[in-house]
Design a protein around this ligand. Structure first.
Ligand SMILES: [Zn+2]
Length: 399
């Protein structure tokens, strides 16, 4: 199984400079190949005897040109350009198979990154450091968590920090027999998740203070004059804060999703769009959206690892407005109302807990309908869809 572990790097200043340059080369190669691909593709419409572009042909073409035209490419590992074009080929394949959008040009400063494949020992780690081509040993903030063959590394920038995502071919992960049948999960901001079992997984502690700082900083940004250097500084600070919050959340989410996928055979969660629409605070919203997306992403691949099923509630299922006890649906439920009180059966429960219970019911009903049995004696009809299962084997992951 291929799994990636993303680790923060501690590069020296010279190494940072090199990373930026290698990312620039990767971006250049992507953009060059993206333009060339389109040109060749269009030319083929007039003359069908021309060969179809492919990442292999474009890599050969660039290799033939670079000594003459782009000699600065030799300053960084050749992997940077090669892997960028391989990735572009993958993006075009995804587009033609209707799995992705048409590949776009890359902009400087937006998701700067470069990759290196480990064909003949291009890189290695000793636990504390990673040795990359040209730049040498770079300190890792933690050791690679999985044992096995290192296949590929992606070095990428997030705000002002650099990360290595190391893909490992490993046998470390085996599917488990989950002790419990089903659970529903309601995701939140201060409480990371409320479970239908009655447990709540608290949000990361450092989160709250950082969120406050984020609010202050974004207010400060709005007061700075456009184009001023002060504004640029505050914006960089804001980007760092966003990245730190996302990282803290990601770590907490990893613990929670691993526990869930190992404990429950069926896990019900809601479609995230519902939450995005329900939330009214812009700031909390951008963080929630990212956090929810990450939670679902992790939960889905870990469920695949450990053999659990994720059931995603259809976005029109009113999981917060439905009574988990009798199934009657409220017409309105204000977001401020933290307690769910059912007018039909008189049941009273915490809002999040009630929603989680409904999601558990959905996960349960999914199991029943999967066996082809009719569900009986329940007031509301389950509307569920199976969590999407990606086809490609190189699951982008980090446990
Ligand atoms: Zn009720």
């Amino acid at each position: 199984m291929l799994i990636a572990h993303r680790i923060a790097l501690d590069p020296t200043n010279a190494q940072r400079t090199y990373f930026a340059r290698a990312s620039g080369t990767a971006r250049f190669a992507w953009n060059w190949a993206r333009a060339e691909w389109q040109r060749q593709y269009t030319a083929r419409k007039d003359d069908s005897s021309l060969p179809a572009p492919s990442d292999a042909s474009l890599r050969r073409q660039l290799n033939g040109l670079k000594r003459e035209q782009f000699p600065w490419m030799f300053d960084v590992t050749k992997c940077a350009a090669q892997e960028a074009i391989i990735d572009l080929g993958g993006a075009f394949r995804a587009f033609f198979e209707k799995r992705g959008r048409y590949p776009r040009f890359k902009k400087k400063g937006v998701r700067d990154s470069f990759c290196a494949a480990n064909e003949a020992g291009t890189f290695r780690t000793d636990g504390e450091k990673i040795e990359l081509p040209v730049v040498g040993w770079v300190r890792l903030r933690e050791a690679v968590r999985f044992t096995g063959k290192l296949k590929r590394v992606t070095v990428s920038r997030e705000a002002d920090r650099w990360f290595a995502s190391i893909m490992v071919e490993t046998d470390d992960i085996k599917s488990v027999v989950q002790p419990l049948a089903a659970v529903g999960i309601d995701l939140g901001v201060t409480t990371l998740a409320t479970l239908s079992s009655g447990e709540a997984i608290p949000g990361p502690k450092a989160h709250k203070a950082l969120l406050q700082r984020l609010r202050r900083t974004s207010r400060a940004l709005s007061r700075k004059r456009k184009g001023s250097s002060n504004r640029r500084k505050v914006r960089a600070k804001l980007a760092r804060l966003h990245a730190r919050i996302a990282n803290i959340r990601r770590d907490a989410t990893h613990k929670a999703t691993t526990m869930l996928a190992k404990t429950y055979r069926r896990i019900g969660i809601e479609d995230l769009n519902v939450r995005g629409m329900a939330s009214n605070r812009r700031l909390a919203r951008s963080i929630m959206d990212g956090g929810f997306f990450e939670f679902r992403r992790q939960l889905e691949y870990k469920a695949r690892f450990y053999g659990a099923t994720v059931v995603v509630a259809d976005r029109w299922v009113p999981s917060s407005k439905t009574c988990s006890c009798c199934g009657s649906v409220k017409a309105e439920l204000a977001l401020s109302q933290r307690l769910f009180h059912c007018d039909e059966c008189g049941d009273e429960a915490g809002r999040d807990y009630n929603a989680a219970r409904n999601l558990e019911n959905l996960a349960e009903s999914f199991a029943v309908s999967a066996c082809g049995e009719e569900r009986s004696g329940v007031g509301h009809k389950p509307r569920v869809k199976r969590a999407s299962v990606k086809q490609e084997p190189d699951i982008k992951a980090a446990a």
